[in-house]
Design a binder for this molecule. Structure first.
Ligand code: DGL
Length: 244
């Protein structure tokens, strides 16, 4: 059990930032990552469809012997994590939560911007997080589905990426946001470009490290840390051949 890998899935390459944060914090863990590029994007799919896809990924990861599943996708967490936890009660799951709380706590202007997909904004988790953690903060929502395509194409910079990113963040900054929450796991891949365009006017809030810490907490609580692995990192991309 301890030497079993940690499983991850996302609609594509976005969740690799979560996998990498876990690798950094837990260098002795092996990992299996599913990039569901054949079905990307998830952002505007009906929740029921995402639940079905998520179930399939969990089965694949269990087939690879995974001891834990990290849902490295905000949209899939919003749509499916309750169902997954109910259907696999003995399997530890780690999900994504938009980092509204740290942004609201640190904000001096009292305005924060959240960049995420439509699916994430429609989820119960997002509404509850805002209601719980940001009562005195103005939270501006920005659906930034276009960023997902940029990341899937590997277009992390350049004039076209700049135009797309600027069009989303400038209105948030103009409305006084001093923190921008990266509420989709694809978005940290655009952080260098965003940091340049934001030019000191706001802080980016990336939850990747916090998610890795939560994965560690769950493994420690189950006494399930791998003492000596970390050499095996498998990558499965749907729609393409299996790579490793
Ligand atoms: N990476 C995903 C997320 O965190 C989903 C992006 C998409 O497929 O729309 O929400």
């Amino acid at each position: 059990m301890n030497t079993a890998p940690i499983g991850f899935f996302d609609s594509g390459l976005g969740g690799l930032c979560i996998r990498d944060a876990v690798k950094k914090l837990l260098p002795h863990e092996d990992t299996v990552y599913i990039a569901d590029s054949a079905n990307c994007p998830y952002g505007n799919k009906p929740a029921g469809e995402i639940v079905d896809l998520a179930r399939g990924h969990v089965r694949t990861l269990l087939g690879k012997g995974c001891k834990m599943v990290v849902v490295a996708c905000n949209t899939a967490t919003a749509a499916a994590i309750d169902t997954l936890r109910a259907e696999w009660p003995d399997l530890p799951f780690v999900g994504m939560e938009p980092a509204v709380k740290p942004a609201a706590l640190r904000s001096k202007s009292g305005v924060v911007g959240v960049l995420a997909t439509q699916g994430t904004f429609h989820g119960r988790l997002y509404r509850e997080t805002c209601a719980r953690c940001a009562r005195k903060t103005t939270v501006l929502m920005c659906v930034a589905d276009e960023f997902v395509q940029l990341v899937e194409r590997g277009e992390l910079d350049g004039p076209r990426a700049e135009t797309v990113v600027r069009a989303k963040i400038e209105p948030l900054l103009a409305a006084g946001a001093d923190h921008l929450v990266l509420g989709c796991t694809h978005f940290p891949h655009l952080a260098p470009l965003m940091t340049r365009l934001v030019a000191g006017r706001a802080e980016l809030v990336d939850p990747s490290a916090a998610v890795a810490r939560q994965a560690k907490r769950l493994l420690v609580a189950r006494d399930a840390l791998n003492p000596a692995g970390g050499q095996m990192h498998a990558f499965i991309r749907t729609g393409l051949k299996v790579e490793s």
